[in-house]
Design a protein around this ligand. Structure first.
Ligand SMILES: *Cc1c(COP(=O)(O)O)cnc(C)c1O
Length: 369
């Protein structure tokens, strides 16, 4: 018995410990998860009600073409319905892209570190992965990425803003990049955090789709829309690209709950805007905290912040965990002395910053004695 050779040695996804288990292990009454960049304010009331209403029809298969949601998203973005593909989370759309375009004789270009799913899915297809280190400031090195492209390159990934560094690529820089990428290469622009961006020059990529038939825009309902558990995301591209992926999409890959909740969530832009506004206020508190304690942080356009504490990320993680906060160690993310913290509510963030300052105090007491 032998599976595809590229599958051997690939790591299975290691999920974080569930909150209930951490509570039991540490004997804590309250454990807060700030590890996966979920919306700490939940989701729109309209979306919750939509899911409740849909429960009655659970015996019926969902609409495999996501027609109602498709129509809604097409209107929301001002694109044709044929330009959309829906996935069980954006993760699945990334899988579709790799499955459709990558073979063992192809290569794909990504930043490093970036969102892990690009590399994983490319590896599953047996493609060569060409990784280009981020700059010291955590930005994509787009010139270097262009250099790595050749006739066998099929997809170049741009995570904008980048997970886990939080940086964004501005409009002019992105468009200059797009102009230089050869037409045979797909540019996948992953915009999972777009609703949180505040930079004036954050690119509006949807109008670029008319001009660039090789552009694929990825969006999700998991982050600012607060629907991570329902697993719904989508890709926007030229109908040619969407058509070639449709046959490999499982017939019922997204649920009726996800469809109805996402439609309702799109109708409640106030919820999204309020979430983003509160997020920014709270993010800036972390920035002020870092400045006060002279800690380097990566400038973020997202709902998380990557902070360099100068000690192993696993240690920072364990310390915060002991105080009831689940975060992400930078060690697993390619930033060995960093911690990635999802921005929570005001109270949650105050707790995290208090814990961090205690950690810093303990460390400095250690080094002084
Ligand atoms: C969270 C995230 C996604 C979206 O994941 P879903 O599968 O839609 O939940 C995609 N890209 C990046 C960079 C992310 O951080």
């Amino acid at each position: 018995m032998k599976a595809k050779p590229q599958l051997y040695g690939l790591p299975a996804y290691k999920p974080g410990k569930p909150i209930s288990e951490v509570k039991k292990e540490l004997g804590l009454d309250e454990v807060i998860k700030l590890a996966s960049n979920e919306n700490p304010y939940g989701s729109s009331k309209l979306a919750k009600q939509a899911v409740i209403d849909a429960v009655m029809d659970s015996a019926i298969y969902p609409d495999g073409y996501s027609s109602v949601l498709r129509n809604k998203v097409a209107q929301h973005l001002g694109v044709q319905e044929e330009q959309l593909i829906f996935g069980n989370g954006t993760d699945e759309v990334i899988q579709f892209l790799c499955r459709a375009f990558l073979t063992p004789s192809d290569n794909t270009v990504t930043a490093d570190p970036t969102f892990s799913q690009y590399k994983l899915n490319a590896a599953i297809e047996g493609a060569e992965i060409r990784e280009v280190p981020l700059t010291d400031m955590g930005e994509h090195n787009l010139d270097e990425m262009l250099q790595k492209i050749d006739e066998n390159t099929k997809i170049v990934w741009v995570c904008n803003p980048n997970n886990p560094s939080g940086n964004y690529i501005g409009k002019d820089v992105f468009e200059a990049f797009l102009k230089q990428v050869p037409e045979h290469v797909i540019v996948a622009s992953d915009e999972a955090y777009i609703e949180y961006t505040v930079a004036e020059d954050y690119p509006d990529t949807i109008p670029l789709l008319d001009q660039y038939k090789n552009l694929v825009v990825l969006r999700t309902f998991s982050k600012a829309y607060g629907l991570a558990s329902l697993r719904i995301g989508y890709g926007v591209a030229s109908p040619e690209i969407i058509q070639v992926m449709e046959p490999l999409r499982p017939a019922f890959n997204t649920t009726a709950y996800a469809h109805t909740a996402a439609v309702a969530a799109l109708d409640d832009q106030t919820f999204v805007q309020e979430s983003a506004k509160k997020n920014r206020i709270e993010l800036e508190k972390y920035e002020a905290f870092c400045k006060k304690h002279q800690l380097f942080f990566y400038p973020s356009q997202t709902n998380f912040i990557l902070i360099d504490v100068g000690i192993p990320g696993d240690e920072i993680f364990s310390y915060l965990l002991s105080k009831g906060y689940i975060t992400r160690s930078g060690q697993a993310l390619g930033f060995p002395t960093c911690i990635r913290i999802s921005i929570g509510t005001e109270k949650e963030n105050e707790g995290v910053m208090l814990a961090l300052s205690e950690l810093l105090k303990e460390r400095s007491a250690l080094t002084e004695s």
